[in-house]
Design a protein around this ligand. Structure first.
Ligand SMILES: [Zn+2]
Length: 186
């Protein structure tokens, strides 16, 4: 049983963790938080890994600067967003406006539970099981036409849980220009 072991090392002023794994080469990466991680086979002497890291010091520093810049940008973007309560009020109002068109397909015919989350990879989601429509807080600062599209998209999932032609036909029936609206989210 091979167990991976991690130790903290320093090379050319760079602190990094070295994890022993069954890998063919030496792997080196800079994480989103700027920390540096290397992995290497137990057969490679630690000094060789130190030299490998030292030889890539300029790349590591540049990657760390890039990560720091991205983190600052994310923090600034988040600060410009409405609060969760404001976002929830905004998305609830928008859903109320479209609800009458979808009431028949909502679980129990009831107005769904609306949630706002800090989703980064999706604009919205629909849970048939809990009768919930969830939206990314970031959606609130996109153009209203795009917000309407996401609301309609998620409402349509109550009747069509997939992205089948029938699903897109349902979206198009409510928003004939939905393709143009999708562009606003790219
Ligand atoms: Zn979808």
């Amino acid at each position: 049983m091979a167990q991976s072991k991690t130790e903290t090392r320093r090379a050319a002023g760079i602190d990094y963790t070295l994890t022993r794994r069954r890998v063919r080469n030496i792997n080196l990466r800079v994480r989103a938080d700027g920390s540096v991680a290397a992995s290497a086979s137990p057969r490679v002497p630690a000094g060789v890994v130190d030299a490998f890291v030292a030889a890539r010091a300029a790349w590591v520093l540049s990657a760390q600067r890039k990560m720091a810049r991205r983190a600052r940008w994310d923090a600034a973007a988040d600060a410009a967003l409405p609060t969760k309560a404001e976002a929830l009020a905004q998305m609830t109002a928008l859903c109320r406006a479209y609800y009458p068109r979808f009431a028949a397909s909502c679980p129990g015919g009831a107005f769904p539970r609306i949630a706002v989350r800090d989703m980064r990879t999706r604009w919205g989601s629909c849970s048939l099981k809990t009768g919930t429509l969830a939206f990314s807080r970031r959606l609130c600062v996109t153009p209203p036409a795009a917000q309407e599209y996401v609301v309609v998209h998620e409402f349509c999932h109550f009747a069509h849980p997939d992205h089948s032609p029938a699903f897109w036909a349902a979206v198009e029936a409510v928003l004939p220009d939905y393709r143009r609206r999708q562009q606003l989210l790219r």
